[in-house]
Every structure is written in C-alpha cells, then in structure tokens.
Design a protein around this ligand. Structure first.
Ligand code: HEM
Length: 196
C-alpha cells in the first residue's frame, strides 16, 4: 500500500552516497569542498558585517579639534553619553572612538582610554594609571621608546588626530574650523621633539 517504489529511493541514495564517497576518498575533492565552504563563510560574513559598520555610533560624532591637559583628557574614556574615546600617545591626542571595542568600557585596553597610553604601550602593560601628572617618559629606555613610536605610527594611520597633550604650563592652541590637519600635526611633532 504505502510501498515506496524500491527502484527510486535506493537510486537517489546510492547517487548521494556515491558523491559523498567520491568526496571523502579524494583529498583533492576534500580540499575543494573546504575552499568552497570557506568562500561561502566569507561571503556570508561580509554581508553580515556591512550593515553593522554603518550603524556604528562613531559616524555621528563631530570631529573634535583641541588640546588637552591630562586631567581634561580623563573625561573622554567612553563613559560619557556620546561614548567618545580619546587617547594620547607621545604628546598627541587621537580620537579612538572607532576602536571602542578595544578602548571602550570593558574593552581589553580600556586602561588607555582618556589617558596618555605612551608608558603602557612602551612597556606592554595594560594596567590603569590614575596619575594625572604629565608623564615626560624620560626614564624609558631606547627600546621602549622605539616600541611606542611603532605604535604611534599605527595610530596616526588609523585614528583622527584631535590635538596635543599639554605639558604643565603649556597653553592650548586655537584650531580654526577649516584648518588642515597638517598644521596641528606639525605643532604636535614640534611639541614632542622638544621633549626628546
Ligand atoms: C596575550 C596578550 C595579547 C593578545 C593575545 C593581544 C591580542 C591583540 C589582537 C588580536 C589585536 C588586534 C585586534 C584587531 O585588530 O582586530 C590587538 C590589538 C592591540 N593590542 Fe593587543 N594583545 C595582547 C597584549 C597586549 C598588550 C600587553 C598591549 C599593551 C601594550 C596591547 C595593546 C594593543 C593595542 C594598542 C592594540 C591596537 C588596537 C587598535 O587597533 O586600536 N596588547 N591585540
């Protein structure tokens, strides 16, 4: 009554079985299946990630241009309502809000948020410093300074420059709206070379 035509089921089963058998017994076929699976994974992943990056709040924040004392920088540790995160490296302040997953509250490098990260980067330490004094880094070794300069190159590439970290008694610069980034860049590298 409910008999399945015997010739059909075994035929399709044997076909599928044959294909599976072909795949698992041939290393070349196995490798091809692996490559196809990887490509499918990458395509799906990129489709999921695109809308994500568009909805990130970082895009909404206006560009910030000003200098900070270490004390003033503290405010920008990502816990404010706008979630902006700033970080100083070798006398320059960067807006690292787009790296919030690193520096935002609970992130692996949250200890750098709103602070001068130079010493931590130089010594590979992520412990939080509550010192608000300007750190002149004068006790760091050449190797440690080289290490922090390498980090600095990465930050310059990746994050917008906001201004300078002010030494005690230093006056903040005035940045005009239409000013090119190069001007601040020059001012800040001058600032840094003075400390060397
Ligand atoms: C077990 C030790 C560590 C592991 C496994 C690790 C892992 C990573 C990984 C995978 C990234 C890249 C994330 C990405 O681009 O998606 C990264 C970035 C980074 N790591 Fe580490 N890390 C370690 C220790 C440290 C230490 C000790 C420091 C302190 C100097 C540090 C500072 C950083 C910084 C500043 C970034 C760059 C974030 C950015 O692009 O803004 N890491 N780390």
């Amino acid at each position: 009554m409910s008999e399945t035509p015997e010739s059909e089921v075994p035929a399709s089963e044997s076909f599928v079985g044959h294909v599976i058998n072909e795949i698992i017994t041939s290393p070349l076929n196995l490798a091809l299946v692996g490559v196809i699976a990887l490509l499918i994974y990458k395509i799906i992943k990129s489709r999921i990630e695109v809308p994500h990056s568009h909805s990130a709040p970082k895009d909404d924040l206006p560009r910030l241009r000003r200098d900070f004392t270490p004390q003033e920088l503290r405010e920008y540790d990502g816990t404010q309502p706008d979630g902006r995160v700033l970080m100083a490296v070798l006398g320059n302040v960067y807006d690292v809000t787009k790296g919030k997953r690193f520096y935002g509250p609970g992130g692996p490098y949250a200890a750098f948020a709103g602070r001068d990260a130079s010493r931590g980067l130089a010594t590979f330490s992520v412990s939080r410093s509550d010192d608000v004094e300007y750190d002149d880094l004068s006790d760091l070794s050449t190797m440690e300074m080289d290490s922090v300069r390498e980090w600095e190159m990465q930050f310059k590439e990746k994050y917008p420059l906001v201004g300078r970290l002010l030494k005690p008694g230093e006056e903040p610069s005035t940045y005009s709206d239409d000013e090119e980034e190069g001007a601040a860049e020059a001012a800040s590298s001058q600032n840094h070379s003075k400390s060397e």
